[in-house]
Design a protein around this ligand. Structure first.
Ligand code: VGL
Ligand code: ZN
Length: 211
């Protein structure tokens, strides 16, 4: 991993925020354990983009706004199935901040998602209707960043959907699984891995980058 990544490669660090780490509102088991490795990857990549889950208070993905529904239940929204979550990553709160040990200063872009009250967004590229773009695809294309390396939280939601969309948009896409952690809701990790493989996403570990 001492080698520097190719100049047309972008490292996308997905949602390494307090609420997805132990003690946070939607804690991913061991979520904070990836931070030292993610920091090393930031050092070895010329181009770094961060994503930040960024919901207004009362966001439609929060179970608290749906009477009789508990977190982790699935409901139908106009744009399709949606899992309900505990309130998390509310704009401007400490839970929405990046993990305090994350070396985020090098990032050339922070892309925020999930800010539309009625629409959730897992992917860094499209909201959950799979049609409303965040603008990241166009940004990367204009800058000639054709290869995408994804790390962060959570493997089976925001990382996974970002990887599927990146591959769909024609980016050469790699997920470094050792620099990710999963929520794993009813087999969602296995299903996400299957879908990523089918889409041609390279699933590997960070040590292979040095080879
Ligand atoms: C995420 C659920 C809700 C994620 C974000 O970052 O994977 N998961 N919002
Ligand atoms: Zn969210």
């Amino acid at each position: 991993m001492s080698a520097t990544a190719a100049d047309d490669t972008v490292l996308i660090v997905v949602d390494v925020q307090n609420d997805f780490c132990p003690g946070g509102a939607l804690a991913v088991a061991d979520g904070d354990a990836i931070v030292p490795l993610v920091n090393r990857l930031i050092e070895t990549h010329d181009h770094v983009v961060l994503t930040q889950d960024w919901h207004p208070p009362g966001h439609s993905s929060f179970a608290s706004g749906h009477e009789g529904q508990a977190p982790f239940a699935a409901i139908d929204m106009p744009y399709g199935a949606q899992t309900l979550w505990p309130d998390h990553c509310v704009q401007g709160t400490r839970g929405a901040d990046f993990h305090p040990d994350l070396h985020w200063t090098k990032a050339e872009l922070v892309i925020r998602k999930g800010f539309r009250p009625e629409l959730d967004s897992y992917s860094a590229f499209f909201e959950n209707d799979r049609a409303t773009p965040t603008g990241l695809g166009g940004y990367l294309r204009e800058r000639g960043l054709n290869k995408v390396v994804l790390v962060g939280l959570a493997t089976d939601f925001c990382v996974g959907y970002s990887a599927l969309d990146a591959a769909r948009l024609g980016f050469e896409t790699t997920v470094l699984l050792d620099a990710c952690r999963a929520i794993d809701l009813e087999g969602s990790l296995a299903e996400s891995r299957r879908q990523m493989q089918e889409a041609g996403v390279v699933l590997t570990k960070s040590e292979t980058l040095a080879a």
